[in-house]
Design a protein around this ligand. Structure first.
Ligand SMILES: NC(=O)c1ccc[n+]([C@@H]2O[C@H](COP(=O)([O-])OP(=O)(O)OC[C@H]3O[C@@H](n4cnc5c(N)ncnc54)[C@H](O)[C@@H]3O)[C@@H](O)[C@H]2O)c1
Length: 429
């Protein structure tokens, strides 16, 4: 298989060209003949023009690549090595939503031939690849894994917006249905991952490794959020405490904040789902989820209290929220917890303007039902810097003073202006 791919006698297909699939497909397309499959025509049009709608892949990176962007299922017949990188979100009840994963599996099952490889990259609970996807692949293709075709699981570890830790320089976990498949999967990934691969002993281990990376972060951030609530009652600043504690060699650097997006706030629910099936009800993991999911409402209330302290009339007060993306320096607004702050403020009768230089106002409107303002107005009662975008870091107190009325409040969620605000009411986590 490896030789055929290298000699371009066989093609590699990536199904799902989002944050994970596109950089991967582009990296392989520098060495192999690649089919990039997606169901979103708008995205495909943009990719054919050499533009990544998520801005993770530079326009230059599109030149000279051997890649076909397509939504045609029949084009997939030409592929022999399939990588599935479709979304694995949760539903309204925080349960895994496997619709896209199973639909992509059916798609591949329909074109699978003897000798082919299927590697899953989507984040799933341990057991999902072999218990949910594999039976479907076998049923639809009429082929048997291990005998006719091979499967594997290799979780993605990219961090959107992070140009330092990339696909190329981050060790990749790989797993396969047997030793032979592990060898082939290792050779294929070694083409693009310079940091090397870690051979997990089983597919389930590889799935579990991925899910606990984000679960660990979620629980640790929840602890920081809880500490922040306690320290707020004590009148001490959490970041001051963390700076002091961080001088010890084994104190882990986690910080309080909103946990949104499609990984840290979602993956733990996949693990909880599987644990419950095994009759274990996780307490730590669920507590972490509870604390982190409550932070937006908590922050909204704290800002309202701070405004009251400053003598503000809350009903009809005007607040500017800066930043709507799920984290700093990305354009992705899905599962943004800033919306919880906004909704809390609106519940109190506060009028809220929202701006973000990286987010698309249309996408925000489609997802949350309000538009972004292009530029800040003045006479706000409070400003909340909800996301620490690079451009926001250099703002000085004079900038905030010019946009607020007397006794204005600055809500600094990530504590980036700590120690620099002397003339306004100030609150940070
Ligand atoms: N974004 C991250 O930082 C990150 C990191 C590690 C792992 N993951 C995991 O990787 C997977 C993909 O995440 P993402 O952030 O790239 O998602 P995404 O939403 O950015 O992209 C997914 C792409 O898949 C396409 N798609 C949806 N259903 C499809 C289908 N049935 N067939 C073909 N294409 C389909 C969508 O149109 C979209 O372009 C998820 O399981 C996620 O949890 C994401």
């Amino acid at each position: 298989m490896y030789k055929k791919l290298i000699n371009k006698e066989a093609k590699l297909a990536v199904i799902g060209l989002g944050y994970v699939g596109l950089p991967l497909a582009m990296a392989f397309a520098a060495k192999l003949s690649v089919i990039g499959f997606d169901i979103n025509e708008e995205r495909l049009t943009s990719l054919r023009e050499g533009r990544d709608p998520d801005h993770e892949v530079d326009p230059d990176a599109f030149t000279g690549k051997d890649i076909l962007f397509t939504s045609s299922a029949t084009s997939l017949q030409e592929a022999s090595f399939f990588i599935i990188a479709v979304p694995t979100p949760i539903d309204a009840y925080n349960q895994p939503d496997l619709k896209a994963l199973l639909s992509a599996t059916r798609l591949v099952g329909n074109v699978l031939k003897p000798g082919d490889y299927v590697v899953y990259e989507s984040t799933v609970y341990p057991g999902c690849t072999e218990e949910d996807c594999l039976p479907l692949l076998e049923q639809i293709s009429g082929l048997k894994t291990g005998v006719d075709f091979k499967i594997g699981y290799s979780p993605e570890r990219i961090n959107p917006g992070d140009k330092e830790h990339t696909l190329v320089n981050t060790m990749k976990i790989i797993s396969g249905v047997d030793e032979e498949s592990l060898d082939v999967i290792e050779d294929v990934y070694a083409l693009v991952v310079k940091a090397g691969v870690h051979r997990a002993p089983s597919i389930k281990v590889a799935e579990a490794a991925k899910i606990i990376e984000n679960t660990q972060r979620d629980v640790n951030i929840a602890l920081m959020n809880e500490l922040s609530i306690i320290f707020d009652r004590m009148g001490i600043n959490t970041y001051d405490v963390l700076n002091a504690a961080g001088t010890k060699w084994n104190f882990l650097p986690f910080y309080p904040g909103l946990v949104g997006g499609h990984c840290i706030g979602v993956d733990p629910y996949y693990l909880v789902h599987k644990a419950k099936e095994l009759k274990y009800h996780p307490k730590m993991i669920n507590s972490g989820r509870f604390v982190n999911d409550s932070m937006g409402g908590y922050i909204g209330k704290k800002i309202v209290k701070k405004m009251i302290e400053q003598g503000k009339n809350i009903l009809g007060a005007r607040v500017l929220v800066m930043g709507i993306t799920f984290k700093e320096n990305v354009s992705d607004i899905r599962n943004s917890k800033v919306v919880d702050i906004i909704n809390e403020l609106k519940d109190y009768g506060v009028k809220v303007d929202v701006m973000d230089p990286l987010a698309s106002s249309d996408s925000v409107y489609k997802e949350y039902g309000f538009s972004l303002i292009a530029a800040p107005e003045s006479e706000y009662d409070a400003i909340i810097v909800a996301v620490a975008h690079k451009d926001y870091l250099k703002l000085e107190e004079s900038w905030f003073l010019a946009k607020t009325n007397k006794q204005g409040v600055l809500g600094d969620i990530k504590g980036v202006y700590r120690g620099r605000i002397t003339q306004m009411g100030y609150w940070s986590l």
